[in-house]
Design a protein around this ligand. Structure first.
Ligand code: SAM
Ligand code: SF4
Length: 311
């Protein structure tokens, strides 16, 4: 990490760190098998950053060069004070992209307010088009609400909408193609994320296994022509392709089969305010302590700059 003027986050490859994922809650209204256990113990509220702390943190990072913030969770749209949060984030002067990752359950009611607050990019998780199977995967989610959320997002006119799908053998292996066709019909994008072993994924006592990006890509190539997109600056861990003759891009995010640490120049902040360099690096900084110790903005920024591990 080196210091430039004005203060900016620069990694050891001299890349400016411009992208931050901000988790605003650990709670969720779904219990997706690959993400959570059926019974969850969530953080006590006092341990989660307040809305004011989240907005201040976001501002400090924009002052350090962050230009894109993706709000995530848990499920961000069930966070109390979420409107105030997005309004505050939308007003940050040097933030260029305000993005959201959501399960879509609350999107029908919130899409236009989010757009007005300045959200331009929305990722919506969708692993099945079949209501019963959707329920099995999410344990308590309703497909109908998510479909309404997707339609509301499209009607609202976000700049970029992408579905995120996790495909598992023995659960929804046959849905990669229908989900891709669905994205094409809706004129939105889709990304397939290889499952990482976080939850307890088994159905009827049978453990389920992840499906590799290469296998899914090969399957889709039997039906569509996939044209590799030029790697954009800060393209991140997704390998993206345009589906020829459509407005849809398909991305493959491959934590198992293609180690993407070298491409990663992202930061993430957990709901309780821990700053982490990436999923694979356990080193973290307790921002909550800094925020609650009455330290000045400059002091906190200096501490962040000095204590981030060199990538
Ligand atoms: N609740 C929101 C949602 O589902 O979109 C935002 C948070 S969720 C943790 C963000 C993304 O991570 C979702 O697209 C979800 O499918 C993905 N995800 C969760 N657990 C995963 C796992 N074990 N492996 C791969 N992706 C996972
Ligand atoms: Fe909730 Fe998203 Fe995890 Fe599913 S993937 S349990 S919707 S946080």
């Amino acid at each position: 990490m080196s210091l430039t003027s004005p203060a900016q986050l620069i990694d050891s490859f001299d890349r400016r760190i411009s992208y931050l994922r901000l988790s605003v809650t650990d709670r969720c209204d779904f219990r997706c098998q690959y993400c959570m256990a059926e019974t969850m113990e969530f953080l006590p509220r006092a341990q989660v950053l307040t809305i004011e702390e989240l907005i201040r943190t976001a501002r400090l990072f924009t002052e350090l060069g962050v230009r894109k913030i993706r709000v995530t969770g848990g499920e961000p749209l069930i966070r109390r004070g979420v409107d105030e949060l997005f309004a505050g984030l939308g007003e940050l002067p040097s933030l260029e992209t305000l993005a959201l990752t959501t399960n879509g359950s609350q999107l029908a009611a919130r899409a236009s307010q989010l757009r007005e607050a300045g959200v331009s990019s929305v990722n919506i998780s969708l692993d099945s088009l079949d209501p019963t199977r959707f329920r099995t995967i999410t344990r308590i989610g309703h497909l109908d609400a998510v479909m309404k959320g997707i339609d509301a997002a499209i009607a609202t006119g976000f700049k970029r909408i992408r579905l995120n799908a996790v495909i598992l053998d023995g659960l929804n292996r046959d849905e990669a193609l229908p989900l891709t066709r669905f994205a094409i019909d809706k004129n939105i994008h889709i990304a397939f994320i290889e499952e990482m072993p976080l939850g307890q994924v088994n159905v009827g006592g049978k453990a389920l296994t992840y499906v590799s990006s290469d296998e899914l890509k090969t399957e889709l190539e039997q039906h569509f022509e996939l044209r590799a997109l030029n790697s954009r600056a800060n393209a991140g861990p997704s390998r993206d392709f345009r589906i020829a003759g459509t407005g849809t891009e398909v991305g493959f995010i491959s934590p198992h089969s293609h180690n993407f640490c070298a491409q990663c120049n992202r930061l993430r902040i957990s709901a309780e305010g821990r700053l982490l360099m990436c999923l694979g690096n356990e080193q973290s900084i307790d921002l909550r302590d800094l925020l609650r110790a009455g330290r000045s903005d400059e002091d906190i920024k200096t501490t962040i700059m000095e204590s981030l591990p060199i990538k």
